[in-house]
Write a protein that binds this ligand. Sequence first.
Ligand code: FES
Length: 149
Amino acid sequence: MAAIFSRFKGRREELIPILQAVQEKFSYLPEEAMQQVARFISVSESRVYGAATFYSQFYFTQRGKHNIKVCCGTACHVKGAKSILEAFERELGVASGGTTEDFKYNLERVACIGSCALAPVVMVDDTVYGHMEARRVTECLKTDPDSKL
Ligand code: FES
């Protein structure tokens, strides 16, 4: 936390950037870290918690290193997004919205990600996989730089 705090002046208006930095380091906002942030910028813990819960970008439980987003918007839905999501759930052993036990992957079902022409679409971190098929799920996971598949 000291390394994070060294990048800021301890002002109240820095709350969100500080929380973003904390989440970047831990992949979520640990309770103890939020207490330290409150002390650093001299506000109540409830104010820090209130701000953090207002924004959907913040997480309060440990997250995986990689984010897999399976688009289930209309265009992707009609082209078989459900079977792709189920294939990821089977392959990773985790339900949509969950994190694998080794904290390697988060699996999310999302609405349209703006690439309908490529439907069905999956994103693994910043990589977009268009015209996705359930049988390509394993191949998709193999492209992860620290994949052991
Ligand atoms: S509905 Fe999936 S990208 Fe638009």
